[in-house]
Design a protein around this ligand. Structure first.
Ligand code: DX5
Ligand code: ZN
Length: 216
């Protein structure tokens, strides 16, 4: 399988969401990565349901929704109604992760679990077979445009080994500071999905940048 590219809308021009969504539709991007921040789990607020609804109206590719919020269970059905295909919750925000994952799946979405940079991979040992996607945070969540944390390579290798040992189809997604400088090594380490915000939208030619990442 070729690497999936999930541009992060957080770095798009919010005054031109239709234009940027159409650019992604016509690009080699695979998913729309949507960052929802509540100002509690992370020290920043991004956008909420009305904006997601506006993006969903124009997006012709799967919505990969990354919830950086406390008590995500409360909103699972809402995000299903907004056409999310993948719903990712943070390990650190869930007291009953197994129940949360089952609830996401019962709403016909794929279940993702994100790990903060300080959270070790082995916390997922007993539940990895139930998870469709693990999002390895390569920056501290809350902001775009931060520098990639190099420890991520080792975490990805460890996660890949765990997934192979269990023989499950779980995808590995990397989120934060992804550029053409680290993409190759991430893929070599086991990454299946690359999220990139500022590297794509901060570029004069986002379409070409997506293509560059896709074919790296
Ligand atoms: C960070 C978000 C990321 C962010 C990535 O909390 O989860 O998805 O938008 O942005 P860049 O690629 O600029 O680090
Ligand atoms: Zn994200």
């Amino acid at each position: 399988m070729s690497t999936l590219i999930a541009p992060s809308i957080l770095a798009a021009d919010f005054a031109n969401l239709q234009r940027d969504s159409e650019m992604l539709n016509s690009s080699e991007a695979d998913w729309f990565h949507i960052d929802i921040m509540d100002g509690v789990f992370v020290p920043n607020i991004s956008f909420g349901m009305p904006v997601l609804k506006a993006i969903a109206k124009h997006a012709k590719k799967p919505l990969d929704v990354h919830l950086m919020i406390v008590n995500p269970d409360q909103y699972i059905t809402t995000f299903a109604e907004l056409n999310s295909e993948i719903l990712t919750v943070h390990y650190e925000a869930c007291n009953h992760l197994h129940r949360t994952i089952q609830k996401i799946k019962s709403c016909n979405m794929k279940a993702g679990v994100a790990l903060n940079p300080h959270t070790p991979i082995n916390v997922l040992e007993s539940i990895i077979q139930d998870i469709d996607l693990v999002c390895v945070m390569s920056v501290n969540p809350g902001f775009g445009g931060q520098s990639f944390i190099r420890e991520t390579y080792l975490k990805v290798k460890e996660l890949k080994a765990m997934i192979e040992k269990k023989g499950c189809p779980t995808l590995i997604e990397i989120d934060g500071g992804v550029t053409n400088k680290n993409a190759k090594q991430l893929i070599k380490s086991g990454a299946d999905v690359l999220v990139a915000g500022s590297f794509i939208f901060g570029n004069d030619n986002p379409n070409k940048t997506i293509s560059g990442l896709k074919n790296i």
